[in-house]
Write a protein that binds this ligand. Structure first.
Ligand code: NDP
Length: 478
């Protein structure tokens, strides 16, 4: 774990950055120091923690330039890197503002039980040390999305971002350095899968975002360590277009929800089911919209989508496309990964004549690929949309919201967007579970995004006389 690791630049393909993971002993020492510091952090009021996180937001704004530069080098796209850097201060403000009231209404004092002389308090006791393990597709947001509510709960938080996109860690730690109160309760460490593996037994709760295979390993390691795990995993989100929909509007929406961030988002649309009555104009519009999408090459500040962040993902996506074509599918747009300046790019790829057994319909592609299936009945569309191991989210597009909702309620997924797609990426207030292999544990959205980081402690007061043993005697009730 101590050897240096090379980091590849997704625009050039060159290894131009290195990280040095902590040794197992250094990681354990850090965890112990953070655990020791946590009681002081937890003893502050939620309002005080919120005020401190407000100063962290301010520091992040001041360090925006190096942070955006690092994220841009990490991911090969500039616009979303700016959005990531600007989202964090909002996320900090949102939790700082909402957490005190959520905590106040969830903790209970002086509750009179059904026993006249016994009352209780329900206390929320934060986990001491929360571990966060995060992926490469939105490096900054996903490193902090769980860390911020955990901090607001009063936990210390140790984050291990992906080795694929670690450049943002140093400028973020520089910003953190300006907030002394956070020094010992928030840390981001460089490292790879081995560091993630070493982290799990050191913490009291693990919040993991990533793939199903790694999520399964983390879930198993958490079970062995006897700690809870929140697992936010992959998806294969369906998009159903009903006969009443405007085909052009539906195509524009499906395309956007599929290709944003080069399709490297858990809630990307990865399967499209369209009613036969409008299939022809819908597919025509989809191909037209796909052709309009520009790569951000050679100018990173122009265009719509960037390179694959992780070159291996380009190979996986190409494999899905090639396998589908070999089995009889037809590519109507895109279809071939291009190497430009050392980076791997794929234009939005529309595929028809796909069958449910193809990898492009079953496995997470994590690329800008839109396989389209034509259906005759709504029952058939719902059955096919639900024929997946995943259940992250999905969408229905129709002529009216009522019609879309009637179908959307039948989807086996945790979040349903109506007359839009991927709305879970921008709506934070409502809770949602991940169905199937898409995850486990409490919702990261809504109040439970915070409350999951507390254990519940019941303080139970006997104001009368404790019962004698005789009250439990064998002769009772005879
Ligand atoms: P991975 O599962 O490959 O990696 C996720 C994190 O786990 C990385 O930090 C990785 O480190 C680390 N890791 C690897 N092996 C282990 C191990 N044995 N024990 C502990 N940690 C380990 O995911 P990706 O980075 O490829 O991310 C893409 C995936 O994330 C997609 O499936 C996507 O759908 C999912 N995702 C889910 C979201 C959701 O909210 N549901 C949101 C965004 C993405 P390293 O990279 O250094 O090897």
């Amino acid at each position: 774990m101590t050897a240096q690791l090379d980091v590849v630049n997704p625009r050039t393909g060159a290894a131009d950055y290195t990280i040095t993971p902590l040794s197992a002993e250094q990681l354990a020492d850090l965890a112990a120091r953070m655990r020791a510091a946590q009681p002081v952090w937890a003893a502050r009021t939620a309002e005080e923690r919120g005020e401190i996180l407000g100063r962290f937001a301010q520091a992040i704004r001041q360090h925006r330039e190096p942070l955006v530069a690092a994220l841009t080098a990490d991911t090969g796209r500039a616009g979303i890197s700016r959005t990531e850097a600007d989202t964090i201060p909002h996320l900090l403000a949102r939790w700082a503002g909402s957490a005190p009231a959520i905590i106040a209404r969830s903790a209970v004092t002086g509750f009179q039980t059904s026993h006249p002389t016994i009352d209780t308090d329900l206390r929320l006791v934060p986990y001491s040390l929360v571990g966060v393990i995060s992926p490469w597709n939105f490096p900054l947001i996903l490193a902090l999305i769980d860390a911020i509510p955990a901090l607001m709960a009063g936990c210390a938080v140790l984050v291990k971002p992906s080795e694929v996109t670690p450049r943002f860690i140093r400028p973020l730690m520089d910003a953190l350095g300006e907030v002394p109160e956070l020094q010992d309760v928030l840390a981001l460490v460089e490292g790879d899968g081995a560091t993630g593996q070493a982290l799990v037994p050191l913490v009291d709760y693990v919040a993991f975002t990533g793939s199903v295979p790694t999520g399964r390993k983390v879930g198993e390691a958490a079970a062995r360590a006897f700690i809870p795990a929140s697992l936010e995993l992959g998806g294969k989100d369906p998009f159903i277009v009903l006969a009443s929909a405007d085909p052009q509007a539906a195509a524009r929406t499906a395309l956007r929800a599929s290709v944003v961030n080069t399709g490297q988002a858990c809630q990307s649309i990865e399967r499209i089911y369209v009613a036969r009555a409008i299939a022809a104009p819908f597919i025509e519009a989809l191909v037209e919209e796909a052709a309009k999408v520009q790569l951000n090459f050679p100018d990173i500040n122009r265009g719509d989508i960037g390179p694959f962040i992780f070159a291996r993902q380009a190979e996986i996506v190409q494999g899905h496309i090639d396998q589908a074509v070999a089995a009889g599918a037809r590519v109507l747009a895109g279809g071939t990964v291009e190497t430009l300046g050392g980076g791997k790019y794929l234009r939005p790829t529309v595929i028809v004549d796909v069958t449910p057994d193809m990898a492009v319909m079953r496995e997470e592609s994590f690329g800008p690929v839109l396989p389209v299936v034509i259906f005759d009945t709504v029952d058939e569309a719902v059955a096919q949309a639900n024929d997946s191991e995943f259940g992250l989210s999905g969408a229905v597009y129709a002529g009216s919201l009522d019609e879309a909702e009637a179908v959307g309620r039948r989807l086996d997924v945790g979040g349903v967007s109506l007359n839009d797609g991927s709305l879970t990426a921008i709506v934070w207030e409502t809770e949602k579970s991940s169905f199937g292999l898409s995850g486990m544990g409490p919702s990261r959205m809504g109040d439970s995004g915070l409350l999951r980081f507390f254990r519940r402690q019941a303080i139970i007061r006997q104001r009368g006389t404790p019962l004698p043993l005789a009250a439990y005697g064998e002769g009772n009730g005879a």
